[in-house]
Ligand binder design. Structure first.
Ligand SMILES: O=C(O)CCC(=O)C(=O)O
Ligand SMILES: [Fe+2]
Length: 279
């Protein structure tokens, strides 16, 4: 099955959405409640921030993980050697946020988190009963009052042709969290790995909302919902004057939430961060 593009307002949207997640790890929503104008404004305002020296005043806190992560410290995806070609800013409601950008981005964080609760309810209602019965608490409840949900503002800089050979914007990886809510980026490049191991573009028309399953939902569902590999490929021809902006919201349960017999949110995250060499 291809990643399905689902009209959020259709009566059968929840079933179609959940079927696409089950089959591909991804689903795409149209006519959803997150305003395209708001996303565009966030992309514009944060591109200015990334292009200004002010970002150096917000260098990330290695303990708390909020703030600005420059290209030199950007992630190396699990099993890869080269750094991704990107810089980003981690927003937590309790964390540091540049004052002039704060109300817009926290407004988005709240709206997207509210929608996320609804989508988790769709997942729970449309999962087979034996899967749903395995959840330690209702899925939407897992993220209520969580301090752990992370909004990442991502900037992939224009290409100069002098990038490190073999490096790409985002190497293949899976997300760690429950679900990721990702408005279509300002430029193409997002791909998902299919069951036959081939890569295909995720439908990413500007205005679409892309949702994908992370490892924590895979863990909590005993593998029923797969957390599929995805990546962001480089601009065609290895050159582009344009920045690429994107805005994933990584939904994380509260730290003590039990995901499975083996793991709480906290123990699972620690295990993964150790694997990544981040802690
Ligand atoms: O930039 C994108 O489109 C996807 C980013 C992503 O997959 C991530 O940051 O985990
Ligand atoms: Fe991702």
């Amino acid at each position: 099955m291809d990643v399905q593009v689902v009209d959020y307002t259709a009566t059968d949207a929840p079933q179609k959405f959940v079927e696409s997640l089950r089959e591909t790890g991804f689903a795409v929503l149209t006519n959803h409640p997150l305003s395209q104008d708001l996303v565009q404004s966030i992309y514009d305002n944060w591109l200015n921030f990334f292009n200004s020296p002010a970002k150096q005043d917000f260098l990330f806190d290695p303990e708390k993980q909020d703030g600005y992560f420059p290209p030199e410290v950007s992630e190396v995806a699990k099993g890869h050697e080269k750094k991704d070609i990107k810089e980003y800013y981690h927003i937590y409601p309790w964390g540091r946020i540049p004052a002039d950008l704060e109300s817009e981005i926290t407004g988005y964080y709240e709206k997207a988190s509210t929608l996320a609760g609804e989508l988790l309810a769709w997942v729970e209602k449309n999962a087979p009963s034996e899967v749903a019965e395995g959840f330690s608490e209702p899925l939407p409840h897992m993220i209520e009052d969580t301090p752990n949900t992370l909004l990442r503002v991502l900037h992939y800089p224009p290409f100069t042709g002098e990038e490190e050979p073999g490096a790409i914007r985002a190497a293949a990886h899976e997300d760690i969290n429950l679900l990721t809510i990702l408005p279509a980026a300002s430029e193409p490049g997002l791909q998902v790995k299919q069951k036959d191991d081939t890569w295909v573009d995720v439908p990413s028309k500007f205005g679409y909302l892309i949702i994908n399953t992370g490892d924590m939902l895979q863990e909590a569902s005993g593998g029923y919902f797969p957390s599929t590999s995805h990546r962001v490929i480089n601009p065609a021809g290895g050159k582009s004057e344009k920045s690429r902006m994107s805005l994933p919201l990584f939904l994380h349960p509260r730290s003590e939430v039990v995901l499975s017999e083996r793991h709480t949110q906290r123990s699972y995250l620690m295990e993964r961060l150790k694997e990544l060499g981040v802690v």
